[in-house]
Ligand binder design. Structure first.
Ligand SMILES: [Zn+2]
Length: 223
């Protein structure tokens, strides 16, 4: 996107390829929502990362290694849909590609949330051997876009963990070619969930968290 008059970075003395007001708006949304997720214990030890689409090319995303319970505007940076930093020296998470691949593939996707809650991590370990977590018959399945009844089933994929994001992104892409999904687990790691805006991504994230917690309890309680 060509810079417009007024889109200027005073610190770097350069025109900006995005609207700084849109960045402030996205950063505000990320900060408010992530603080609440962090209070629930879903982002331990500076883990997890969060992003929000700004326009067709640019994405606001959390800076790597920051305490997600205490985010300020200085902890949000811009990357393009290829995952490259835009007009900043800051570094985004090593997992940035897992966010940007979704923005690149689906123009309608506006928000990607990645957390490391206890339930998500335990479930990812327990179901890694099967390659998915089967969810069936829950009223809360209606929280996912496209589901209108509890009388349905979904398989939440569990991918093997790796530090090679290109490999993982390719596996996610291959599965997206075959099925519609709103999230996946990574073994021993956590959950990715997304939606068309923050509210929808958060609803999906909360539904996954709740349903994974139910499956773990059923494993404990059933004889
Ligand atoms: Zn992670």
């Amino acid at each position: 996107m060509p810079p417009k008059p007024g889109w200027y970075n005073l610190r770097m003395n350069a025109p900006l390829p995005y609207d700084p007001e849109r960045l402030a708006q996205c950063a505000g949304e990320i900060i408010a929502n992530v603080r609440e997720l962090s209070e629930r214990g879903w982002t331990p030890a500076t883990s997890s990362n969060f992003s929000r689409r700004m326009d067709e090319r640019n994405v606001a995303i959390t800076v790597s290694g920051r305490d997600k319970g205490k985010l300020t505007e200085a902890d949000i940076m811009v990357v393009d849909v290829d995952g490259q930093p835009v007009a900043t020296d800051l570094k985004s998470s090593a997992e940035t590609l897992l966010h940007t691949q979704l923005y690149k593939r689906f123009p309608e996707i506006g928000c990607v949330l990645h957390t490391h809650s206890h339930n998500q991590t335990v479930a990812s370990r327990l179901f890694a051997g099967m390659g998915h977590v089967h969810l069936e018959g829950y009223e809360l399945l209606k929280a996912f876009v496209g589901n209108t009844t509890h009388d349905t089933e979904i398989d939440v994929p569990v991918f093997a963990n790796t530090q090679d994001m290109h490999t993982l992104a390719a596996q996610v892409d291959a599965l997206l070619d075959k099925q519609c999904m709103w999230g996946y687990l990574i073994d021993g790691h956590g959950l990715y969930a997304w939606g068309r805006d923050m509210a929808e991504a958060r609803r999906h994230l909360e539904a996954f968290e709740f349903l994974l917690g139910c499956e773990l309890d059923l494993r404990r309680l059933r004889p």
